[in-house]
Design a binder for this molecule. Structure first.
Ligand SMILES: NC(=O)c1ccc[n+]([C@@H]2O[C@H](COP(=O)([O-])OP(=O)(O)OC[C@H]3O[C@@H](n4cnc5c(N)ncnc54)[C@H](O)[C@@H]3O)[C@@H](O)[C@H]2O)c1
Length: 254
């Protein structure tokens, strides 16, 4: 007899970078409600520990830009069923200036290296660290939090757009190879969600395009949809007032 109350992630173990805040914290809450046990990884120890206590999970300090830290940490755990490579930042809260100014000329090297190392290196190092365990078990799902900015333009923060387009390309390209080993990787590409990442200026920008800012709970729905569909290299999109959908690009060759 099937039990309709069975939780979708019963018995599964999830690891979430950037789990102390916003989308990562929401995934920690949602996955826990769905029956998973969660490891929250972040550099914000205070908030990260709070979330871990709230969900009855574990907290680990992990700077995703530190490849040695990844390589030391991951072997201390059994392979995870779900790994969310989610930690990410905007280029700089103030680099945008205002919407009529071109920001790139004011981008200094430190700000550039910071976003590239968190949004790009952090995902590559994480995937590299967790894939061997998943391949050995022939199971697991890596969810990369890209963004709608990985599919369309984000004029006020082109370097953010660069990193998120990079993540979509990474996921698309890794998908088929991992699928052969029973492992799935997919990308979450939400529009604006109400988290501390979204500055007042970004909220103004969203209004210009009639894009609402969604409740962060939508991120949990998006992650669950990607996990349920389990399509190698897929991108999952959601915008305010619209249903979650798989983004399917037109084929360039016939
Ligand atoms: N909020 C949105 O509108 C939105 C939309 C699409 C995609 N995203 C993406 O979602 C992800 C999460 O963003 P959010 O909105 O929840 O932001 P947030 O600022 O609420 O959370 C980001 C978390 O990442 C952590 N973090 C930052 N640098 C880190 C590092 N070096 N190592 C480990 N953790 C680090 C922070 O401490 C924080 O807890 C990001 O990749 C972001 O680009 C956000």
């Amino acid at each position: 007899m099937s039990d309709k109350t069975t939780k979708q992630l019963a018995g599964q173990r999830a690891f979430i970078t950037g789990g102390a805040s916003g989308i990562g914290a929401e995934m920690a809450r949602r996955f826990t409600r769905e029956g998973a046990t969660v490891v929250v990884a972040d550099v914000n120890d205070t908030l990260g520990k709070e979330i871990a206590v709230e969900v009855g999970g574990e907290y680990v300090h992990l700077d995703v830009t530190d490849s040695d830290a990844w390589d030391k940490l991951i072997p201390t755990f059994e392979s995870f069923d779900i790994v969310c490579l989610n930690a990410g930042v905007a280029t700089h809260q103030n680099v945008i200036g205002n919407l009529s100014t071109y920001p790139l000329e004011r981008l200094d090297n430190d700000a550039y290296q910071r976003i590239m190392s968190i949004n790009v290196d952090g995902v590559v190092f994480g995937a590299r660290a967790v894939i061997p365990g998943m391949v050995a078990k022939k199971s697991g799902h890596i969810l990369v939090t890209a963004s709608l900015a990985g599919i369309i333009q984000i004029a006020p923060d082109p370097v953010y757009g660069l990193t998120k387009h990079g993540m979509v390309g990474f996921v698309k390209s890794l998908g088929p190879a991992l699928e052969q080993h029973g492992v799935c990787i997919s990308a979450l590409c939400p529009g604006f969600l109400d988290t501390p990442l979204v500055s007042e200026l970004a909220r103004e920008y969203a209004k210009l395009f009639s894009m609402g800012v969604m409740d962060v709970s939508v991120a949990g729905d998006l992650a669950m949809r990607a996990l349920t569909e389990r399509i190698a290299g897929s991108q999952w999109v959601v915008m305010a007032g619209q249903p979650i959908s798989q983004y399917i690009q037109a084929q360039p060759f016939v």
